[in-house]
Design a protein around this ligand. Sequence first.
Ligand SMILES: [Zn+2]
Length: 144
Amino acid sequence: MLRSVVMSCELCDLSIKENVIFSNRLFRIVHVYDVYYPGFIRLILNRHVKELSELTTDELSLVFEAIVKIEREIINLMQADKINIASLGNVVPHLHWHIIPRYFNDRHFPNPIWGNVNNDSYIVNNDLLDKEKLLIQNLRNKFN
Ligand SMILES: [Zn+2]
């Protein structure tokens, strides 16, 4: 039973293509392409772990240091109004964190990006797309 759950996990399935910025033994950092949310980064634990409390103290430190490092880079480059850090795992119960720059006028603000749309006419400007490219490059430099 457990085996079939793990085997069908899309975050364990290494044949699914991801835009990996960095990876180590514990986790990988990927860029998520989202037309409304440039700078969307995801940190994914490499092994199939369902809940945060299953990690050791050292692992927790490593994961949260990396999340904070990503957040700082987003703050420095993207001039976001807020950074959202979300770990849900309801659909894919494999520990991962979404790190998302948010803007007061973005498509869903103040809702989560999976919530109701509040600004249907929101269009991402080219300046943000340029900053996203720089963010990915800086994260590659800082982590590798
Ligand atoms: Zn998994």
